[in-house]
Design a protein around this ligand. Structure first.
Ligand code: UD1
Ligand code: UDP
Length: 352
């Protein structure tokens, strides 16, 4: 049996790693990289850190408007699918690469598995929301990471295709923690344990609006400790183009590889982010997380009291709420365990 996995953006490499290990143990695995993320630190670092086999195809498609990017991917992925004729196509998460992969596969009637199905922000202005809804509705098998995701799928009439598996990033994080054998990254940045904030930002509604990004950075500048800020290329461009001046406590660095980033998370005081994956990792690492958004798909992390939603469009000075946030410290296993194995067993069951 041939399984073809489609990835393209940083979080998808993280999600692919543990599943790829399982799949390649029994099936013929083909990896397709759309090229959506292409800088070494946004792509190759993850293949190196997590031991992911090199993609058989790199379509080198990135940039451009959403529709155009998705359209170019759709065409190129279709060609690969005709060539490879896989028995199963796997897509991950909610990026344009996910949508293009799912659309290309459904058009030629291939079977599709969506990993991280059922998430909803109920915010149609996020491109990811459209990507996930369409992907879920054209997929044949939906692996849901949380019980809320299962509920969302039931509400949309997709119950029969849905399986609660837990979240694959539980296994990715475990892989990274197991191989992380030094805290060199902390030494190189001159950081002490639990004595710095870690921040990432890349959502268009935070970084594409000059007024909002400046407001966020002003808030970070008022924090009493160093803020380590591995900067996403989208955010870097905006800050550069607008000549934004940063306060001296904000340390901008290039994006780091997955293992280093997990070490930075695990030893931080608090994490400030608008990333989906990082909200989960913060929870799994029992780190207080402040999410700079008006809503989140990961509602369990909010209910548990470890994650605080803070909308920079509404709060003029985010620094006070960040400094004062104390999590309730109630912790339960909302994302499951041994998820890759569980997913693999489901795939074997479906195809036997
Ligand atoms: C994309 C996903 C988003 C995901 C994020 C993860 C969509 C709609 N968005 O957003 O869901 O959370 O990835 O990080 O699919 N760029 C570089 N080098 C790179 C990667 C990107 O310079 O290695 C540039 C691109 O050329 C583009 C900009 O950064 O100009 C944004 O990249 P893009 O992939 O379009 O969107 P992201 O903001 O990364
Ligand atoms: N990440 C990383 N290095 C960085 C920043 C993030 O390895 O400098 C990892 C992080 O641990 C998580 C993933 O990238 O697993 C999240 O990606 P991102 O925030 O870009 O996307 P999202 O999850 O929001 O879609």
């Amino acid at each position: 049996m041939k399984v073809l996995s489609i990835v393209g953006a940083r979080p998808q490499f993280v999600k692919l790693a543990p599943l790829s290990k399982e799949i390649s143990s029994k099936f013929n695995e083909v990896i397709v990289h759309t090229g959506q993320h292409f800088d070494e630190e946004m792509s190759q670092f993850f293949f190196n850190d997590l031991g992911i086999p090199q993609p058989k195809y790199n379509l080198e498609i990135s940039g451009g408007h959403h529709g155009e990017q998705t359209g170019r991917m759709l065409k190129a992925i279709e060609e690969v699918l005709y060539l490879e004729k896989p028995d199963l196509v796997i897509v991950f998460g909610d990026t344009n690469s996910t949508l293009a992969g799912a659309l290309a596969a459904t058009k030629i009637k291939l079977r599709i598995l969506h990993i991280e199905a059922g998430l909803r922000s109920f915010n149609k202005f996020m491109p990811e929301e459209t990507n996930r809804i369409v992907t879920d509705h054209v997929s044949d098998y939906l692996f849901a990471p949380t019980l809320t995701a299962m509920k969302n799928l039931r509400r949309e009439g997709l119950k029969d295709k849905a399986i609660f598996t837990g979240d694959i990033m539980v296994d990715s994080l475990e892989m990274a923690i197991n191989v992380a054998d030094s805290n060199k990254i902390l030494e190189s940045l001159d950081l002490s344990l639990n004595d710095y904030y870690l921040c990432t930002l890349h959502r268009p509604y935070n970084v594409d609006d000059e007024k909002i990004i400046i407001r966020i950075l002003k808030g970070l500048g008022k924090l009493s400790k160093t803020v380590i800020f591995p900067i996403h290329p989208r955010t870097k461009t905006i800050i550069k183009n607008n000549n934004v001046r940063l306060s001296s406590n904000i340390k901008v660095i290039n994006p780091v590889g997955y293992i280093d980033f997990c070490i930075l998370q695990a030893n931080s005081l608090k994490i400030i982010t608008d990333s989906g994956g990082i909200q989960k990792e913060a929870y799994l690492l029992k780190k207080p997380c402040i999410t700079l958004r008006s809503e989140t798909e990961w509602v369990e992390t909010i209910k548990s009291g470890w994650n605080l939603l803070l909308n920079p469009k509404e709060v003029l000075d985010i620094s006070v709420l960040i400094e004062n946030f104390q999590p309730k410290k109630k912790y339960c296993q909302i994302f499951g365990q041994n998820v890759a194995k569980r997913m693999f067993n489901e795939i074997v069951r479906i195809f036997s």
